[in-house]
Design a protein around this ligand. Structure first.
Ligand SMILES: [Zn+2]
Length: 137
């Protein structure tokens, strides 16, 4: 196993373990290397020298700082328990609040003024401290 320190286009740094240098290059070439914090596949090796380990128990990707770790966990929690509604967020949240849609956990994107309007209407929304999931096309 070889460890690389990686950095995504949003500036998150994290460690990832790969079978070999070639394995990293191959995964990178097919956009299979994703940021451990935000999921962006626009990652690059940082200048830090890679280190090698035979420890197979290590996670494949680990964020660097406790804050990034907490963010990554929150993101995982939100994404596994909530339905992603994208830019329909404000509409869906309002429909649930008005009883026009089944109550469930949702997350998505809302413009600042949409979020403000929801809060003023008493719709319970909270801002998430990370960007939207990369949409697959
Ligand atoms: Zn990132």
């Amino acid at each position: 196993m070889i460890r690389y320190s990686l950095k995504c286009d949003k500036g998150h740094t994290f460690d990832s373990w790969f079978k070999s240098g070639e394995a990293f290059e191959k995964l990178k070439a097919s956009n299979m290397v994703a940021c451990a914090v935000c999921g962006s596949d626009d990652v690059a090796k940082t200048l830090m020298a890679p280190s090698v380990s035979t420890d197979k128990e290590r996670p494949l990707s680990a964020p660097h700082s406790p804050a990034e770790q907490a963010l990554a966990e929150l993101r995982k929690e939100v994404e596994s328990k909530s339905e992603y509604v994208g830019t329909r967020f404000a509409k869906e949240a309002r429909a649930m609040h008005d009883g026009n849609a089944p109550i469930r956990s949702i997350y998505g994107e809302a413009k600042a003024e949409e979020a403000k309007a929801l809060i003023e209407e008493g719709v319970p929304v909270i801002p998430l401290p990370f960007g939207p999931k990369k949409t697959q096309n």
